[in-house]
Design a protein around this ligand. Structure first.
Ligand SMILES: [Fe+2]
Ligand SMILES: [Fe+2]
Length: 303
């Protein structure tokens, strides 16, 4: 047991929480396209003062679609990384394998959840929105890094989903109720994932030693830089979708402002919100205060 968490207890909580995709999204639960899909802290459409309120709403919804696509992509990347850790060695916690198997099962369910929401969006929105990919290639490139760096990346994502619900979405009364429901249900299961992934991270970190952990922190930052390149491309795709959805062609200066502001908004959504999360920093800091300090040093660039 580490940090007061045990595989047995986390598995028990997961079994209690366990929800079904069909209870969250379906024909009787449509998305409301008169409402924003992301909180302003993520969408940051207010920074683009040349947009009308209706255009800001369109951009917000395009960013909502990007959020669904990015999480589907990340979950597809995470699933094989979790599955790799499922087998336990003799002498390890007797509940370890069952808890990690359940963790992987939940991530597979989350992929289905994001796929269903993407379809609901596509069915109701004016134009097709582009997403970076292929997801398999991006996932393989991320998993091509060292195991400990990848485990740290997974841990960051698990904590980011909690940060998203608790800090940005929970109290936002203007959002589409369906999107709020998605983020709430995702958070309910990710709460256990963050603790399970910390247990796996600690196992690997103990073997790697302090220098190995610092190397993993640098690998994690390389994964972050790789994703950041993808987010810059995503901002271009969002601009294209925005112009098609609104029929408005932005000027050169407006396009540059759009890309710079939206790229930074995506950085915060997917990277910065993890880097400042106290749960994530605490989990890393307990094993490597120097690693935590390194992440705190780079975090402002992603906020
Ligand atoms: Fe998930
Ligand atoms: Fe997860």
């Amino acid at each position: 047991m580490i940090q007061g968490h045990s595989y047995e207890r986390l598995l028990e909580i997961s079994k209690r929480v366990n929800w079904r995709v069909e209870d969250i999204i379906g024909p009787d639960k449509p998305m409301d396209f008169s409402k924003p899909f992301l909180p302003e802290t993520f969408a940051r459409t207010g920074e683009l003062d040349f947009l009308s309120p209706a255009e800001r709403l369109k951009l917000n919804q395009i960013r909502g679609f990007g959020y669904l696509a990015m999480f589907e992509l990340v979950e597809r990347c995470i699933l094989p990384a979790i599955e790799e850790h499922v087998p336990s060695r003799p002498g390890q916690d007797p509940h370890r394998t069952a808890a990690l198997q359940n963790f992987a099962h939940e991530e597979a369910k989350h992929i289905e959840l994001f796929v269903r929401f993407r379809k609901a969006f596509t069915d109701g929105f004016d134009v097709a929105c582009g997403v970076i990919g292929p997801a398999e290639d991006i996932g393989a490139a991320i998993r091509g890094h060292g195991k400990l760096g990848v485990a740290l990346f997974v841990l960051a994502i698990e904590w980011a989903t909690q940060q998203h619900w608790l800090e940005s979405v929970q109290d936002d009364e203007g959002l589409d109720p369906q999107i709020k429901s998605l983020l709430r249900h995702h958070w309910m299961e990710e709460s256990q994932h963050a603790k399970l992934d910390a247990l796996v991270f600690y196992e690997l970190a103990e073997k790697a030693g302090p220098d190995g952990v610092m190397q993993a922190v640098e690998e994690f930052l390389r994964i972050g830089a790789f994703i950041d390149g993808g987010l810059a491309q995503q901002a271009e795709l969002d601009l294209d979708a925005f112009e098609r959805a609104t029929g408005r062609r932005l000027t050169g200066g407006q396009r540059a402002q759009f890309i710079a502001s939206q790229h930074q908004a995506q950085r915060w959504t997917f990277l910065g919100s993890a880097l400042v999360n106290q749960g994530f920093l605490k989990a890393l800091g307990e094993i490597s205060p120097a690693g935590r300090a390194r992440l705190e040093e780079v975090a402002p660039a992603f906020c």
